[in-house]
Design a protein around this ligand. Structure first.
Ligand code: NAD
Length: 281
């Protein structure tokens, strides 16, 4: 199976790695050459680490890298059977990208989005053939996280959900069916987790490190809310919060915070920029 992935950031690169490791030819597309170089280096590093831990053989590392093609040209998607998008969390930009994809791929090619918060139905609605559209939502880092939410749109053809669930199982993932509502399962719960933690910080109840410590050491969570938001990136996380809030018709439970907005606008994006709630420099 030939697969196209759009966006070679944290998620796109991770998903490309998973698909290439499963034996597919993968065309990974981004709008900048720099993003593609970063992705190639990141995937190589990630595969090397897996090999060091004995989870992949040196041959498998080589074969995976050979399966990956890096491109800026949509024409390379011509033979793809599945194209999955993982670009910026913005409805209009994603819809525009799928128009470009549909002008190149065959009528049978499945189209998928890794969106965290936008309605799959809204993305499908902008396509000429919305019945081949579906949500496939991975978690970060995609090569390590097993859960994948599979989200059919209202328009998705019967049978496609099961086909994608089977494909995810072949990739070693644990797919779960989710309804097409903002944030699906995990991100809906996570909005309240992050929101309440930020409210506690703003109220001066405790600092970020203390709240994170309480959640990991006492609560048994793998990561505390502030460390996790820094890991996801405040650009991605702020956009997802805004999008879920809007999509739930401004339900105040999902309201973004000024703390989040300020971090985003200052460019304090978390780990990826060296500074967020914590300082990584
Ligand atoms: P990111 O910022 O790391 O990467 C996005 C990439 O998309 C960048 O390389 C950028 O150059 C590229 N891009 C942007 N617009 C483009 C366009 N028009 N055409 C081609 N490439 C374009 O973002 P990310 O964290 O990988 O998130 C991507 C998507 O995955 C978002 O929809 C996000 O909501 C979703 N998601 C993120 C996470 C997470 O934890 N980061 C988890 C699950 C899903």
């Amino acid at each position: 199976m030939i697969i196209g992935i759009i966006g070679s950031g944290a998620m796109g690169a991770g998903i490309a790695q998973v698909a290439a490791t499963a034996g597919h030819t993968v065309h990974l597309l981004d709008q900048t050459a720099e993003a593609l170089v970063r992705a190639e280096q990141g995937i190589q590093l990630s595969l090397n680490k897996l090999a060091e831990k004995g989870k992949l053989t040196a041959e498998a590392v080589g074969a995976t890298m050979t399966n990956l093609q890096f491109t800026k040209d949509y024409q390379d998607f011509a033979g793809c059977e599945l194209v999955l998008e993982a670009i910026v969390e913005d409805l209009a930009t994603k819809q525009q990208v799928f128009k470009q994809v549909e002008s190149v791929v065959s009528a049978e090619c499945v189209l998928a989005s890794n969106t965290s918060s936008l309605l799959i139905t809204s993305l499908a609605a902008a396509c000429q053939r919305p019945e081949r559209f579906i949500g496939i939502h991975f978690f970060n880092p995609a090569p390590l996280m097993q859960l994948v939410e599979v989200i059919p749109a209202v328009q998705t053809r019967l049978g496609l959900t099961d086909e994608i669930k089977q494909l995810m199982q072949q990739w070693g993932k644990l797919p779960v069916l989710a309804q097409d509502t903002p944030g699906f399962i995990v991100n809906r719960v996570a909005r309240l987790f992050y929101g309440e933690a930020i409210r506690m910080l703003e109220e001066g109840l405790a600092d970020a490190a203390t709240i994170d410590w309480a959640m990991t050491e006492l609560g048994g969570f793998r990561m505390g809310p502030f460390a996790l938001m820094d890991f996801i990136g405040h650009d991605v996380n702020y956009r997802v919060t805004e999008s879920v809030f809007t999509a739930f018709f401004y339900d105040p439970r999902y309201k973004p915070s000024f703390t989040q907005k300020r971090l985003f606008e200052a460019g304090y994006l978390g780990r990826k920029s060296g500074r967020g709630f914590y300082d990584y420099r």
